[in-house]
Write a new protein. Structure first.
Length: 134
């Protein structure tokens, strides 16, 4: 039952992160529009950055649940390795995606980096909206 509550809370947090990234996407597009520089590259850059941040959180949650399952099964060392490899894999994936899109010239790099940079801020803000009973 506790595992079910943990997963439900994780999905809630993922939804909050996705909603926050959507707001950041809108703010980026609004700022570029006010500057008269809104175009397809900005839209794609902001979308790629936001998607990378949400995917990072999702993969982190999957890694944590896998590590917790290993630890509960009596192998905490393997759980620790899963967390470490998950972190390295997530960072490598994010860097690869961001570098590929940045080098391709198909998107605005600043618009792409802002959602990724604000990811931790969104997690911090999300803490204020977390339900204390769940």
């Amino acid at each position: 039952m506790n595992e079910m509550n943990d997963k439900r809370q994780t999905w809630r947090e993922l939804l909050m992160i996705a909603l926050g990234e959507l707001i950041v996407f809108g703010l980026i597009c609004g700022a570029y529009a006010l500057l008269g520089r809104l175009n397809g590259k900005v839209l794609l850059g902001a979308a790629v950055g936001a998607a990378a941040a949400v995917l990072n959180y999702f993969l982190m949650a999957v890694g944590v649940f896998a590590a917790a399952a290993r630890a509960e099964a009596g192998d905490p060392a393997r759980g620790k390795r899963i967390i470490s490899l998950s972190m390295l894999g997530r960072y490598a994936l994010m860097i690869a995606v961001l570098v590929i899109f940045a080098k391709s010239g198909s998107c605005d790099v600043i618009a792409m980096v802002i959602p990724v940079a604000l990811f931790r801020v969104l997690i911090f803000v999300g803490e204020f909206f977390r339900r204390k009973d769940g």
